[in-house]
Structure formats: structure tokens, C-alpha cells
Write a protein that binds this ligand. Structure first.
Ligand code: SAM
Ligand code: SF4
Length: 466
């Protein structure tokens, strides 16, 4: 795809036609679609449109229980942990919903030095993290793009005792192919980018200045990333800007485009809802606010539609909503997050430096203890990416059966690392109990693979994975 290409794979007419269908979806149709989803081969746009129409409580309950079953079949009880690392809140764009927008005078601007990046990284390591999501506004310091690649190197090189960050994902502005290659060479995991809204008129209304005004440059970014050899890309929409039903179907078109062009869809999907942001009116009163009920429904439907795709829930949401989303398909979560550069060192998080308000203020350890109590296994695993299992290779591995002998043992060994090195007594006792329950539930082959790994970790070995 040429850089000047339009994102013609987003076809609003096709979406509008599907959305124009009124009335409900019969329970017989819902059952047929859920039976199809259970085959784990995904759903079409038409199927998704039908499920979005479901209103009756019984059918909704069936959708949720099927989403839960599919998540458990593919991911087991795992929830992968990560933390965002904001390195700069300077930005040349003017996105009306974001505190970092160029003309916002209420914000204290800051770009971290490499020493400050290392300091933030050390704090995240000491919280137990192994994955970070590097995030920045869209204005480079005088060193140019080198600043970004230097920062990635700094994060990977920073160590505290046995701890280190093993996977750096990024959420950055769209790049050209040459810069995507530099990001790949710097060792990024996933390139994450949210289209914000796929609805062109709304896109123009909320992006007032800068390169981000170019809808097509943004929507075609994954094509350039994949051309550059980055095959883990993370898709998302900023929910609240436009009708969520339109956005979900547009995401389905984007996914379809990547699958048809590159043979593999996105590695992850994110579901950010707009949160209040300093100096933004629209962020406090989103024009198309998504209710909690619709939010849960959309996540469950996407779990059915793209069963092998990682689905991410950030700390934008409050703890209770997060818990509900874990039950219907979320597989990765952030914890202990700050959205202001330097926020981990400064502690409370500077509201005048932050991108938006958080809904979940708990520490990593509190979130770990909570999810363990709910029966999930926190995972700090980064094995796939480091073994080159990305893109299609990852999707092949993600087939049920295979995952039992890789992901589940890796989840337990990295969780045990966390318990040994970073957990306090409460998390430790809850975690050890969970590990023994998980071991009891394993078949002989799984135990034979997992037990030696756990023993290695208990003896002090680190970074043990298969
Ligand atoms: N500046 C780059 C960009 O815009 O793509 C990357 C980083 S930007 C800080 C990351 C994401 O934050 C945006 O894509 C947007 O979806 C999200 N965001 C911005 N304002 C937000 C708000 N008020 N509430 C929730 N999420 C927000
Ligand atoms: Fe800048 Fe990204 Fe915020 Fe837009 S969303 S103002 S590009 S940081």
C-alpha cells in the first residue's frame, strides 16, 4: 500500500446498511450464532451486527457465558499484566478530547530525559512489571525520532536486581515505513494505535490541527507497520466520540482488511472509553457516551468475533467495570498506571500533567490480589515475542491444546517470580494457593512441564519459559 493511499477498506455504506436493520434478533438466531462462535473460527460483520441488536436478558446472558467459555478455552485463567510508561506530554496535534492537545495551557509540559526514563522503569520493575507500553504525545524533542529508539533501549537496559522489562510495546503516532523499521530494530513488541473514530465527519470535528487531521494516514498505519515487518499491531477506538455500533463494525472491516492483505489480524484490541481530561469539555461530556451495559456487551461480542485476539482493559475504567469485562473476554490488563510523564516517581500522579483521569487507582499488588481472589492467574509472561512467536506464528500457537503446554506453564512461572520477588504477604499467600489449585487441575503432561519450571524459579532462576 502506498503512503498516499486512502483507507478504502473502511466502507461506511456497508456499515450503515447493516445498522439500518431494525428489530431484534430472535433467540434461535442468537443460538445459531453462538454455536458458530464456539467453533472458534470467528464471526462476520453481519453476525456481529445481529448480536449488537440483542436486548433480551436471556440471550444476553447466553452471549456472556459463551464469551467467558471461549476466553477460558483459549486463554485459560490467565490475565496478562502491563503498565503504561508516559515519556512526553508535548504534542503538536489538537485532539479536542485529550489534555495533551497543543493549545491546552492548563497542562505542565514535560519530556523525560533518559535518566528519568530509567528511574520510571526502575519503579515499574520494582512493582513486578515485565511489560510496558511506552506512550507519548506527538511532538519529538530536538534529537528527533532517535529519542524514541533511545528510550526503548534505556527501558530494556534498565535492571533492578533480578528484575527487568522484557517487552516494550508502544502507543505512538503513525510512522512511515522507514521509521517503523527502526522501531522493529529497537525491539518493540506491539505497535498500538487507536483510530479514535472510524467515522470521517466526526474524525474531522475532533482533530483540529496537526498531522493527526489526516484520517487516512492514521488508518493505513498498520499496513506500513506490517510492510516494515512489525506483525503485532494493536487496534482500538476511543469510545464516546461516535456511535459504538458503527465503530465496532468499522473495526471488523479494518480487521478483515489486515487478514486479507497480510494473512493475520491485529494482535490486540483495546476498548478505551473517554475519561475527563484537564482542559477538555468534550472529555467530560462525550457526545456518544457508551453505557456500562453496552460496553460489556461490545467486549463480549468481540471475544466471539475474534477469539484469538488479545483484548486489553486499561485503568481508565473503575475496578468493578474491569471485573465485569474480565468475565466476558479481556485477556490483558494494566495496573498501577500513571498517565503523566514522571508520574511513577512523583507518586500521586499530577492532574495537571496527566492525559486523562483514571478510574482504577489501586496498586499492582492490590489488583493482583483482587484478580487472584476472582480465580484468574496473573501472568507476566513475555515468551512468545522473545521466541519470535508473533503474527501468524502466535495465532497458530494460540490454538487450544498448544496453549496449555506453553502459556499456562509460563503464566505460573512468571507469576511465581512475581510472588517471590515483589509480593507482600497477602498477595503471596493468595498467589501460592492459586498456584497449587492450578497444578491440581493440570493433566499429567502439563504438570510434567510446569513443575520443573516452578522448581527452577523457587531455586532462584529467573526468566524461565517454554
Ligand atoms: N499521541 C499518540 C496518538 O494520539 O495516537 C499516542 C498516545 S495517545 C496519548 C494514546 C491514546 O489515548 C489516544 O489514542 C486516545 O485514544 C487516548 N486518549 C486521549 N484522550 C483520552 C481521554 N480523555 N480519555 C481516554 N483516553 C484518551
Ligand atoms: Fe496528542 Fe495523542 Fe493527545 Fe491527540 S491523543 S492530543 S495526538 S497525545
Amino acid at each position: 500500500m502506498n503512503t498516499e493511499d486512502r483507507a478504502d477498506f473502511i466502507q461506511p455504506e456497508e456499515i450503515e446498511k447493516l445498522l439500518a436493520k431494525r428489530g431484534g434478533t430472535s433467540s434461535a438466531k442468537v443460538s445459531e450464532l453462538l454455536a458458530k462462535a464456539k467453533e472458534l473460527r470467528g464471526l462476520t460483520m453481519e453476525d456481529v451486527a445481529s448480536l449488537m441488536l440483542v436486548q433480551d436478558e436471556d440471550s444476553l446472558a447466553d452471549i456472556y457465558s459463551t464469551a467467558k467459555a471461549i476466553k477460558e478455552e483459549i486463554y485459560g485463567s490467565r490475565l496478562v499484566f502491563f503498565a503504561p510508561l508516559y515519556i512526553s506530554n508535548r504534542c503538536a496535534n489538537e485532539c479536542t478530547y485529550c489534555a495533551f492537545r497543543a493549545t491546552n495551557t492548563e497542562l505542565t509540559r514535560r519530556t523525560l530525559t533518559q535518566e528519568e526514563v530509567a528511574e520510571e522503569t526502575r519503579i515499574l520493575i520494582q512493582q513486578g512489571h515485565k511489560r510496558v507500553l511506552l506512550v507519548a504525545g506527538e511532538a519529538l524533542p530536538p534529537q528527533g525520532f532517535q529519542y524514541i529508539t533511545d528510550t526503548i533501549s534505556t527501558i530494556y537496559e534498565t535492571r533492578v536486581g533480578p528484575g527487568e522489562i522484557r517487552r516494550v510495546n508502544v502507543n505512538l503516532a503513525p510512522q512511515n515505513v522507514e521509521r517503523f523499521k527502526r522501531l522493529k530494530d529497537a525491539g518493540i513488541g506491539t505497535f498500538q494505535l487507536f483510530q479514535e473514530t472510524y467515522h470521517r465527519p466526526t474524525y474531522s470535528q475532533v482533530h483540529l490541527k496537526g498531522k493527526k487531521r489526516d484520517y487516512d494516514w492514521r488508518a493505513t498505519a498498520f499496513d506500513r507497520a506490517m510492510e516494515a515487518g512489525i506483525d503485532d499491531v494493536g487496534m482500538g477506538v476511543l469510545f464516546g466520540l461516535y456511535d459504538w455500533r458503527f465503530e465496532v463494525l468499522a473495526m471488523m472491516q479494518h480487521i478483515r482488511h489486515l487478514e486479507e492483505t497480510f494473512g493475520v489480524g491485529p494482535h490486540t484490541l483495546s476498548f478505551p472509553r473517554i475519561e475527563p481530561a484537564v482542559g477538555s469539555d468534550i472529555a467530560s461530556r462525550p457526545p456518544h457516551e457508551v453505557s456500562d451495559a453496552d460496553f460489556i456487551k461490545m467486549i463480549a461480542i468481540m471475544r466471539l468475533a475474534v477469539p484469538y485476539t488479545g483484548m486489553i482493559m486499561s485503568t481508565r475504567e473503575a475496578a468493578e467495570v474491569r471485573r465485569q469485562t474480565f468475565a466476558v473476554g479481556i485477556s490483558q490488563i494494566s495496573a498501577g498506571s500513571r498517565t503523566d510523564p514522571g508520574g511513577y516517581k512523583e507518586g500521586a500522579g499530577d492532574p495537571n500533567g496527566s492525559q486523562f483521569q483514571l478510574g482504577d487507582h489501586r496498586t499492582v499488588e492490590e489488583v493482583v490480589t483482587d484478580v487472584v481472589t476472582l480465580g484468574y492467574t496473573p501472568s507476566f509472561c513475555t515468551a512468545c515475542y522473545r521466541l519470535g512467536r508473533t503474527g501468524q506464528d502466535f495465532m497458530d500457537l494460540a490454538k487450544p491444546g498448544e496453549i496449555k503446554y506453553h502459556c499456562q506453564p509460563n503464566a505460573l512461572s512468571t507469576f511465581l517470580e512475581y510472588l517471590c520477588d515483589y509480593a507482600g504477604p497477602v498477595a503471596k499467600s493468595a498467589g501460592e494457593k492459586l498456584i497449587s489449585i492450578e497444578l491440581q487441575q493440570m493433566d499429567g503432561q502439563q504438570t510434567a512441564c510446569t513443575l520443573p519450571m516452578l522448581n527452577q524459579v523457587r531455586r532462584g532462576e529467573r526468566d524461565v519459559f517454554v
